[in-house]
Design a protein around this ligand. Structure first.
Ligand SMILES: Cc1cc2nc3c(=O)[nH]c(=O)nc-3n(C[C@H](O)[C@H](O)[C@H](O)COP(=O)(O)O)c2cc1C
Length: 316
């Protein structure tokens, strides 16, 4: 499975710029990393926090935009292009209530005529001027899997650079299982070489199964699985050869550095602990035997308490 593309999924509040650059120092195997969604404002400005997601330029990063107004979206695409990016990603998957209410994220799937007009506007403008390539990260429906075919038919009409399909519907949020039958609809209707699979891939076996079921796809995008096991991409490539003790040492160094960088960025210990606890929610999946220590991490009120619990988990 060496030739497939492996991408890190965007996780808002977790895989932010600091996390991504620290992760990349310690772990191999990921080809590209998506920023968490950057909201395109009608005021044609980016929040400071969002700017830090794509400035300075990094060539393994794909900025993801959340927006549904063609004019401001194209404005944002040009700002990002001017920073050096050749590709951007459109968020058509976010299930959050406030996002969907504004017909953004997976809310774009609600009216495919309006969504089509948005895509027409972008790709028409791209013919006339130098805009970044556009990929899309999408769910397969809002309320029903029956919507999948119409959505795939819409995407067929456009020269996307990549289509990342997370085969859940909006109503699922992150519950239930990804629906492989819905993925198959996309697989049969769209060019395989631009299709990426995303959703609930936690082990090498999970990825092998997908690549066998959907041969010829461009690759996979890993989110929670990669947080739970940061070596997962390297394992999938078959290039991982560390002993468990070495793995734990690298994990420790990674977590220390992450803590240290956040300390430099944030105003107090409480905020840093809050951030690290957020990240641990996802890393914890790989430590099913350490429920007690994980509770201690959750409850930690100081750096010392936090570090003791982390050491217990990694080196007990
Ligand atoms: C806390 C959290 C934040 C997320 N933020 C984003 C986001 O900003 N943009 C996006 O496209 N998807 C976002 N997602 C969805 C993930 O990128 C991914 O599609 C989903 O978790 C399924 O993949 P996984 O099972 O590999 O994690 C988020 C998911 C979670 C759990």
């Amino acid at each position: 499975m060496k030739k497939m593309l492996i991408e890190m999924a965007p996780l808002e509040g977790i895989t932010t710029a600091i996390f991504r650059s620290t992760y990349s120092k310690y772990f191999k195997g990921v080809d590209r990393i998506y920023t968490p969604f950057i909201s395109v404002q009608s005021s044609r400005s980016f929040k400071k926090r969002d700017q830090r997601e794509f400035i300075p330029f990094a060539d393994n990063i794909v900025p993801q935009l959340l927006g549904n107004n063609p004019e401001t979206f194209i404005w944002a695409a040009k700002v990002i292009r001017d920073e050096g990016y050749r590709e951007i990603n459109l968020n058509a998957g976010c299930p959050s209530g406030t996002v969907v209410a504004k017909k953004r994220g997976s809310g774009m799937l609600d009216d495919l005529i309006i969504f089509g007009r948005f895509l027409d506007a972008y790709f028409d403008a791209k013919e006339r001027e130098d805009l970044p390539k556009l990929s899309v990260k999408t769910r397969v429906g809002i309320d029903s899997y029956d919507e999948a075919e119409d959505i795939a038919r819409l995407y067929m009409k456009y020269p996307f650079s990549e289509i990342i399909v997370h085969p859940r519907i909006r109503k699922d949020f992150y519950k239930n299982k990804p629906n492989k039958a819905a993925y198959r609809i996309f697989y049969e209707m769209l060019p395989k070489e631009i299709l990426v699979y995303n959703g609930d891939l936690f082990t090498t076996g999970d990825v092998e199964e997908i690549m066998e079921e959907f041969p010829g796809i461009r690759g996979v995008m890993l989110g929670r699985g990669l947080l739970a096991d940061p070596f997962l991409a390297d394992r999938i490539r078959g290039t991982h050869d560390l002993k468990p003790e070495e793995e734990r040492r690298i994990m420790r160094s990674f977590l220390d550095e992450l803590y240290h960088v956040y300390e430099g960025e944030m105003s107090g210990e409480r905020d840093v602990l809050f951030k690290m606890k957020d990240i641990w929610q996802f890393m914890a999946l790989d430590f099913p035997d350490a429920a007690g220590e994980l509770k201690t991490i959750k409850k930690a009120r100081s750096k010392a308490e936090y570090e003791t619990a982390v050491n217990m988990i990694l080196f007990h």
